[in-house]
Design a protein around this ligand. Sequence first.
Ligand code: ADP
Ligand code: TRP
Length: 356
Amino acid sequence: MEQTQNDNKKIVLSGIRSTGNLHLGNYYGALSKFVRMQDDYDCRFFIADLHALTTHPDPRTLHENVKDILAEYLAAGLDPEKNIIYVQSDVPEISEMYLLMNMHVGIGELMRTASFKDKARKALGINSDSDDIEKDIIGNQTNQRVNAGLLTYPTLMACDILIHKADFVPVGKDQEQHLELTRRFASRFNNFYKTDYFGKPVNFNFGGDAVKVPGLDGSGKMGKSEGNCIYLIDDEKTLRKKVMRAVTDEGPKTPGQPVSQPVENLFTLMDLVSGKETTDQYRAAYADCSIRYGDMKKQLAEDILKVTLPIRERILDIRSNEEYLSKVVRRGAEQARAYAADTLRDVREIMGIRRI
Ligand code: ADP
Ligand code: TRP
């Protein structure tokens, strides 16, 4: 199988689930970092279609979503000549490693993972923050929406990362607990088999803190399931409308008054797309009570469009060329499988799974 030249560069691995179009949170939290890293690192980026199965997508939609994300990766500037770009399910070695790794993962630690509790709560329709979710799940034995795949999601993610022996994993802030678990599973494996086989992969954000892009609805993060997203594929009219409707407040009444969360969210978005200088002007206008939210939103929409419209054009173009999409991931799968097969062979050997 084909292997690309490594040149002793640090290895970068990341992926995004194929659960819908990519939004500004995905872009600033993950994809734009992928693009910035591609020249300096040995990068491998994939589409996590197996992870998407945990929420039982419609099979046809899932397949289309994989192509959407791939087109969005390429449109944002990921170059298949510089990176290995593949679909997770095209690399069966990951699934086998997932089975092996699960033998070293505790059900208790998985049940305590924040993302599992969140998703289980949603699936069971429980709103409370109570930590008794374990009891609810065990008591609700027939609810297959809280499935074992959801529970073992972190094991699969750890295998995605460890099978490439990745050094850096560029992801948004919400994924840091999963990365922590990856390191824990890796060192547990090392300790158990008295080896130093796996390293300790870490997040990467060009020296800054991990990014959390807020939504337009005044609270929390931008996320597909929150329904508060600006998508890279949004057309101009849709995007302007979304920004103009963003939640604010009645405006500052006294100079220097603290900024409310919804307005702070708009400043955070503005920082990302317009730059600090522009944001500072609006912050100053807020401080002396001269700010007009309508003007600020117009500016914000304008600056978001400058980022997203060129990407949107390319998405539409690339997405319609299925032959090209297929060529990219076939080659990517070949390359990824070569690395994955090496790791899996070693892991099997270390664990004593050997041919008679
Ligand atoms: P979603 O939360 O919309 O379902 P995913 O979980 O598929 O998105 O996330 C894919 C990548 O995008 C991950 O690296 C995640 O950390 C990042 N990401 C998603 N939403 C945000 C956000 N609002 N801010 C920063 N990063 C984000
Ligand atoms: N869990 C990640 C998310 O929801 C997607 C993902 C799966 C991933 N495997 C990964 C990210 C490996 C980085 C590395 O966004």
